[in-house]
Design a protein around this ligand. Structure first.
Ligand SMILES: *[C@@H]1O[C@H](CO)[C@@H](O)[C@H](O)[C@H]1NC(C)=O
Ligand SMILES: *[C@@H]1O[C@H](CO)[C@@H](O)[C@H](O)[C@H]1NC(C)=O
Ligand SMILES: *[C@@H]1O[C@H](CO)[C@@H](O)[C@H](O)[C@H]1NC(C)=O
Ligand SMILES: *[C@@H]1O[C@H](CO)[C@@H](O)[C@H](O)[C@H]1NC(C)=O
Length: 454
């Protein structure tokens, strides 16, 4: 406000604090100007200032009074508001919660008051699932169910195989599979009748499938070496009997000897006395004689056989008359010198030797088993001719003895020997010089047959 003094001088006053401060500053900073301009004398100025002081005092009182009245009115308002009843609880709400447009869709209607409707429309390529129209009800809830815009093409691509039916759901489809089929796309054939090579009646060969929930569909699988059987909702993992599956396989047997099925796998086994080779399927005879695993007592010799061993101590022919023998090595006997005129003694074998042959039963015939020859002593001429023959032990015609060259005869197996058995045959070689008999040598051949082919 402008305050006019009785002089030509004006003093500006304002009721706001900033302007008053500004005015006071001007008055205070240039008090001398009032005197020097000499608009009024000093006495007059003091009077004006007294008047202004009174004016400000009056303003201050009125301002304070106004604040007091406003404070009391505010207090009484607060008081009356707090005494109002809790009106919201009893009264019906007038609005429903706000609804959003579905993804890939639009909402029409923005009023959420009771009785108002909202509508939903999906964009092209999407199909509305839920309520396309919803009404705000008296109790403040919306009628219907929330609307979702779903890709129309989900079932359109015929995702269900093997005659499965596609069922549209919210945000996904589901295949209902015909009998004997399972999986999220009916891609798995369920084995209601398990194949004959599965191990059924041993709980050690059955396991629960491992199942995982993927996209709200159950996916089950079996450990390696197991296959799923049973129905889709009651499935079990049954061991695959590899030994049966590959029993008649053209690509070769799993095991050379025996296949042992174990849960989830298999292994090969070999008969007693044989060991499994590092290839895991072949067998090899254990040479007990070489590996010192035998228990042959002193004075006997260890003979390795297919799957075992034999402790042998061949005996020389018994002495009779003037004929007697002495053992010159574990496998050789020599006849003691004969009286000059004892013909029977001279006709008796001069040497008897013992031979042990271990054969697999599958040995192909004819097979040369043994060769017999004579060696002339150094400085002395050898026999002019040799005759070979079988002296005994060939009642079934299993063997043939024949000359292979001038100095050698060979024993040939002509009939296959099957299974575990032992046969022995005596082979003889007679020496002639000047067509007269000189000496006879006998070799006793023991053939030890093992029933396996390895
Ligand atoms: C609201 O009212 C409707 C019937 O008008 C009823 O079906 C619904 O359950 C009610 N909802 C609540 C939360 O009371
Ligand atoms: C299901 O499979 C079993 C044998 O695995 C067969 O006997 C049956 O007929 C099949 N059912 C259908 C509906 O194909
Ligand atoms: C060696 O041991 C086997 C059993 O392990 C036994 O049958 C056999 O008689 C024994 N042979 C000798 C010579 O002790
Ligand atoms: C043994 O030889 C003698 C001659 O040295 C003879 O007299 C005797 O009869 C022979 N014994 C037999 C059993 O052949």
């Amino acid at each position: 406000m402008a305050l006019s003094l009785r002089s030509r001088c004006l003093v500006l006053l304002c009721l706001t604090a900033v302007h008053c401060g500004h005015a006071a500053l001007q008055l205070g900073s240039r008090p001398v100007a009032f005197y020097q301009q000499s608009c009024m004398d000093k006495h007059q100025v003091v009077g004006v200032l007294r008047q202004m002081e009174k004016f400000l005092k009056g303003q201050e009182i009125r301002f304070t009074e106004g604040l007091r009245i406003m404070k009391s009115k505010l207090a009484s308002l607060q008081n009356s508001v707090s005494k109002l009843p809790q009106a919201d609880q009893s009264a019906a709400p007038t609005t429903c919660p706000s609804l959003d447009a579905p993804a890939h869709g639009t909402k029409f209607g923005s009023k959420h008051f009771v009785g108002h409707e909202v509508h939903f429309v999906c964009t092209q390529g999407y199909q509305l699932v839920g309520s396309s129209t919803r009404v705000c009800r008296e109790n403040g809830t919306w009628s219907g169910v929330s609307a979702v815009c779903k890709d129309i093409s989900e079932c359109a691509s015929n995702p269900c195989q093997n005659g499965g039916t596609c069922v549209e759901g919210v945000n996904q489809y589901k295949c209902t599979c015909p009998q004997n089929w399972s999986g999220s796309h009916c891609q798995h054939q369920t084995q209601t009748a398990p194949p004959e090579w599965s191990v059924m009646n041993d709980p050690a060969f059955s396991r629960r499938p491992r199942c995982a929930q993927v996209n709200q569909a159950q996916h089950c699988s079996c450990d390696a070496g197991f296959h799923m059987s049973g129905t889709s909702d009651n499935s079990i993992c049954q061991d695959v009997n590899e030994c049966e599956v590959y029993r008649l396989d053209q690509g070769g047997k799993l095991c050379v000897h025996e296949c042992v099925n174990v849960p989830g796998s298999y292994h090969c086994s070999c008969p007693r006395g044989y060991k499994l080779l590092p290839d895991g399927r072949s067998c090899e005879d254990v040479d007990e004689c070489l590996s010192q695993k035998h228990n042959c007592s002193r004075g006997t010799s260890c003979i390795n056989t297919g799957g075992g061993f034999r402790c042998v101590n061949p005996e020389c022919p018994r002495s009779h008359g003037n004929i007697s023998y002495v053992k010159t090595s574990p496998f050789q006997c020599e006849r003691n010198p004969c009286p000059m005129d004892s013909r029977s003694c001279h006709l008796a074998p001069k040497t008897v030797s013992f031979h042990y042959l271990s054969l697999p039963s599958t040995l192909q015939t004819p097979a040369t088993l043994f060769r017999m020859a004579t060696a002339a002593a150094p400085g002395r001429p050898g026999p002019e001719s040799l005759r070979f023959g079988i002296a005994g032990g060939n009642s079934r015609g299993t063997f043939v003895m024949q000359r292979s060259d001038r100095q050698t005869g060979e024993l040939i197996l002509v009939q296959q020997l099957r299974g575990l058995q032992e046969v022995s045959v005596d082979v003889e070689m007679s020496e002639y010089a000047d067509r007269s008999f000189q000496a006879k040598h006998v070799a006793r051949v023991h053939v030890l047959v093992s029933p396996y082919s390895f």
